[in-house]
Ligand binder design. Sequence first.
Ligand SMILES: *[C@@H]1O[C@H](CO)[C@@H](O)[C@H](O)[C@H]1NC(C)=O
Ligand SMILES: *[C@@H]1O[C@H](CO)[C@@H](O)[C@H](O)[C@H]1NC(C)=O
Ligand SMILES: *[C@@H]1O[C@H](CO)[C@@H](O)[C@H](O)[C@H]1NC(C)=O
Ligand SMILES: *[C@@H]1O[C@H](CO)[C@@H](O)[C@H](O)[C@H]1NC(C)=O
Ligand SMILES: *[C@@H]1O[C@H](CO)[C@@H](O)[C@H](O)[C@H]1NC(C)=O
Ligand SMILES: *[C@@H]1O[C@H](CO)[C@@H](O)[C@H](O)[C@H]1NC(C)=O
Ligand SMILES: *[C@@H]1O[C@H](CO)[C@@H](O)[C@H](O)[C@H]1NC(C)=O
Ligand SMILES: *[C@@H]1O[C@H](CO)[C@@H](O)[C@H](O)[C@H]1NC(C)=O
Ligand SMILES: *[C@@H]1O[C@H](CO)[C@@H](O)[C@H](O)[C@H]1NC(C)=O
Length: 627
Amino acid sequence: MRHSLSLAVTVATFLARFVASQPAPEELVPLFDALARGPSTVHANLAPRVPLSTNDDTVSPLVDLQVYAPPVLPQGGTKCTVQLLQHDFGDGSYNNPTIVPYKPPTEDACGAPGGWAAITLNMTVFSNGTQYDRLSSLYLSHVEIWRHSSAEPTKTGTVWSVKDVTRYSALFATSGDLLMDFSNIISSDLGLDGVFHVTLTGTFYAPTQGFGRPQTPDLILPITNLLPNQSNYFTVADDAGGSASVLVPRTAQQAFVEIYASGNSAEEFWYLNTPDEYLVYFPESTGLIGKGPFREVQVAVDDKLAGVVWPHAVIYTGGITPTNWRPLTAYGTYDQPTYFVDVTPFLPLLADGAVHNITLRVRGQGENPSINSNWFVSGSLHLWLGNTEISGSITKYEAPANPLPQTTGAVSADNATVRTLVVANRSIVIESVLHGDKGTRLVRFEQQLDYRNEQKYTDAGWVQWGVQTTKGTTTSTHGGEPVLRDAFTYPLSVFSNYTLYEAQFGGYGSAVNQSYLRVLDSPVLGRGARSIVSIQHAEGTVGMDDWPGLRHAINGTGATDQQFAFTTSSGQTYFRSIAAKNDAWVRDSVWGSLQDEEPPVPKEQIFPGGGPGFRRMVGPGIVRRAR
Ligand SMILES: *[C@@H]1O[C@H](CO)[C@@H](O)[C@H](O)[C@H]1NC(C)=O
Ligand SMILES: *[C@@H]1O[C@H](CO)[C@@H](O)[C@H](O)[C@H]1NC(C)=O
Ligand SMILES: *[C@@H]1O[C@H](CO)[C@@H](O)[C@H](O)[C@H]1NC(C)=O
Ligand SMILES: *[C@@H]1O[C@H](CO)[C@@H](O)[C@H](O)[C@H]1NC(C)=O
Ligand SMILES: *[C@@H]1O[C@H](CO)[C@@H](O)[C@H](O)[C@H]1NC(C)=O
Ligand SMILES: *[C@@H]1O[C@H](CO)[C@@H](O)[C@H](O)[C@H]1NC(C)=O
Ligand SMILES: *[C@@H]1O[C@H](CO)[C@@H](O)[C@H](O)[C@H]1NC(C)=O
Ligand SMILES: *[C@@H]1O[C@H](CO)[C@@H](O)[C@H](O)[C@H]1NC(C)=O
Ligand SMILES: *[C@@H]1O[C@H](CO)[C@@H](O)[C@H](O)[C@H]1NC(C)=O
């Protein structure tokens, strides 16, 4: 049965959860109100749906998308669009990124290099075949600028998405290398024939009277592995993490680290991993993974903790139940969110003229190491330069080296039913007195974080219900002025039922509720605060064929519903109410001032009853287990 969204209940629940430093209720009321009122015009169309699986070239591909906040762009000025990269990621593309030279565009319409009002990238991925979801990452001069995954295509499909990359202007202003990894495998044995045909364009916007160049960073340094021909993120499977050396100009006045981080392989579903103390109660065949569900990404300067990230869980298109995410993906799938730590308090050290280390680590709940294999993490150091050499010292440092998640639980006498609860909280305060361009001022960085994860297992682990909420605020002030505010709540609940997984013609099913509520005002992004509310409900099933031979997904159902609201402190808005069912779009309404930047899917693709569901002839499978 599909869940129907009860907005009133959702609003009340979220608002009740907010603690003092969270967004004030009145901040989010406009977002929820707009969703409750709905669009002024509703499109209904009964034209036949576009088939997901077809060899008919005359059929336009199914639109597949992740809902995102459209970029805020200057109107009425000039712009130019240039192709940055075109590549087919097929056979031999695994661990073999494509690398192309980049040069800033020189056409007048683009605006002067470095003086742009905005830069956006448009990535188009066409695939015609069968393929897993594959992770892609894009780097300019070794700085990661986009991490995204792919659709799980079966026959025709095109995905494109647009990303605001204005914050990387300093990188785009100079020549460099663009490196894109999209490790893909083509194998007739596995039935994987989907090549990813990628085209990446960049659009550069010249400043206008009312829309100038934002005060984005002057210099951006990579916190990556710097390899010339591989993915540049650190692949982290132990507690040491990845370190990069940075040489910071002595006149740096402000410094922020931006972080990309996602779990992969045994850490893809980290939020459902079982605390080690309780893993012993389950049969190994359930495939449950240990080291607990709590993860913290740490940023350290010369080994001293500078700040942490308690990340949003990004679910890929093959995640938990693949039929849930086609053609509407989970939030973050095609553009993973990033996080910011203000390391300005460390500038007297970082900008002393010597080389220093910035380390990115991931902490979990296991022992030596505390995580499974693996996490992909990268960062960039965003610097604003001035005229005076920065000096000063750290005057307050309250940042315990490690989080202390606490685990409790209960097990029934026959081990059939297990409950675990992991809670954690964290408070970090780092203050420095700095002497720089703006005289002497106090710089204060603060994080208040809270985490709760409850897992209930029945049927000896074949049925699992995980409910997690991560919430917190990260703030900084410079000379009393607010500089950074990141106030977020990431609730996630996943119910999965694998009771029939081992049976002939068995399968599995899941239901997922996931929200992303975040008010983010970061000087790296410029242009003031951005508020996002995304509420998703998904559920689906997958049927499998012959066991114990090769397991193939032969049929399935899936339905996903999403309410999305985006507002900016400059008054821009974007609202979307969208749903997909059984491989077809059933509803899509878009409204708000930015509605034309990312319009609804074409009316011809809306089929209110949903599609017939996923069916395939027996052949090599495209579906894998969730854990
Ligand atoms: C998709 O691939 C099939 C062969 O597998 C081919 O016949 C068809 O022309 C392709 N369609 C497009 C749009 O490329
Ligand atoms: C992105 O590129 C695709 C394919 O070329 C195009 O259809 C789409 O309109 C572009 N989107 C934007 C916002 O430019
Ligand atoms: C990748 O770069 C390393 C270091 O420059 C080099 O040794 C290696 O041969 C390169 N590999 C490929 C496949 O180009
Ligand atoms: C940076 O890390 C390297 C390797 O871990 C270490 O050898 C070096 O001493 C560190 N440098 C500083 C300034 O901490
Ligand atoms: C429950 O699991 C524990 C730990 O593996 C084991 O010692 C015990 O025998 C199990 N009990 C039953 C009834 O299977
Ligand atoms: C933070 O965690 C500690 C230890 O688990 C607990 O005693 C304390 O009550 C928690 N504080 C809050 C505000 O939840
Ligand atoms: C998702 O939310 C709906 C409505 O709020 C609720 O009925 C359902 O049990 C939730 N599902 C999960 C897996 O938490
Ligand atoms: C799990 O699925 C099985 C088979 O469809 C069903 O009998 C059982 O009731 C389900 N369990 C739960 C807790 O929904
Ligand atoms: C999937 O196929 C199996 C075996 O033919 C059948 O029992 C089941 O009802 C099918 N499920 C769906 C959702 O079509």
